[in-house]
Design a protein around this ligand. Structure first.
Ligand code: ADP
Ligand code: MG
Length: 229
């Protein structure tokens, strides 16, 4: 229990630091952005394209930085869990519905093996977020076309949820990094999906396994403590 308390405290401290840092960075960024705008206007009056171009570059990049800071603020926001007995089968089924809109259903075949109701104790919405993030990654890895296998089984005192795709896989040396906040290989990725997954699973005393082979695909297995009915 003591270790658990420490962990929670650490989270709170990191959250506070991130929020404070974000705030401190936002003001100078706003000043940079406003100055760049003024320089651009000056460049327009002088009809100097080089000045305009450089000022626009500063504007664009400071707005990108502001974007990243906003996401950090969001990430740092404390989350409150409402824990209850959760039917994992139901949560997984609704996660599939959320992640794969009707317009894509014809191109993505989901093979489900969710035979029995299996229960854990936790926050339904948070757990749904976990499965949604993993399924969306699987879909994106296969460019919106292909097959995903989703399985729910009992495994000792754990419920095991497996989400497997047949995409390009993850290079072995990258596997450690994929859970880092902001790590992404996608042009428009946020890099937050898996960091959120790992935080929620940890908060639920669960574990994550990744099995991936380049050129063959990726399987994420989430293990959560069973709650007997
Ligand atoms: P994002 O999806 O915004 O990039 P994530 O945290 O969800 O952020 O994922 C981080 C990175 O992990 C992805 O950019 C991708 O490189 C890799 N990744 C995650 N899931 C898969 C998968 N199923 N197949 C291949 N690569 C994956
Ligand atoms: Mg993602």
């Amino acid at each position: 229990l003591e270790a658990q308390l420490l962990e929670t405290e650490k989270h709170a401290v990191i959250g506070k630091m991130a929020a404070g840092l974000s705030h401190d960075i936002k003001n100078p960024l706003a000043a940079i952005s406003a100055s760049a705008f003024a320089i651009k206007k000056k460049g327009e009056r002088l009809k100097d394209n080089r000045i305009i171009e450089l000022a626009e570059k500063i504007e664009k990049n400071s707005s990108r930085a502001a974007d990243i800071i906003n996401r950090l603020l969001n990430y740092a926001k404390p989350s409150y869990y409402r824990s209850e007995k959760v039917n994992l089968r139901e949560v997984i089924l609704s996660s599939i519905d959320f992640s794969i809109p009707d317009s894509r259903k014809k191109d993505i075949k989901v093979y489900k093996r969710l035979r029995s109701d299996i229960f854990t104790y936790g926050d339904k919405n948070a757990l749904q977020q976990v499965f949604i993030n993993l399924i969306i990654n699987a879909v994106e890895a296969m460019n919106n076309r292909g097959r995903i296998d989703i399985k729910l089984t009992k495994n000792g005192n754990y419920a095991a949820i497996s989400i497997k795709d047949y995409g390009p896989g993850i290079p072995e040396k990258m596997v450690e990094e994929i859970f880092d906040p902001f790590f992404t290989t996608k042009e428009k990725g946020t890099g937050l999906g898996l960091s959120v997954v790992s935080r929620i699973v940890k908060d639920h005393h669960g574990k994550i396994e990744v099995h991936s082979k380049e050129g063959e695909g990726t399987e994420f297995i989430i293990k959560l403590p069973l709650m007997e009915d």
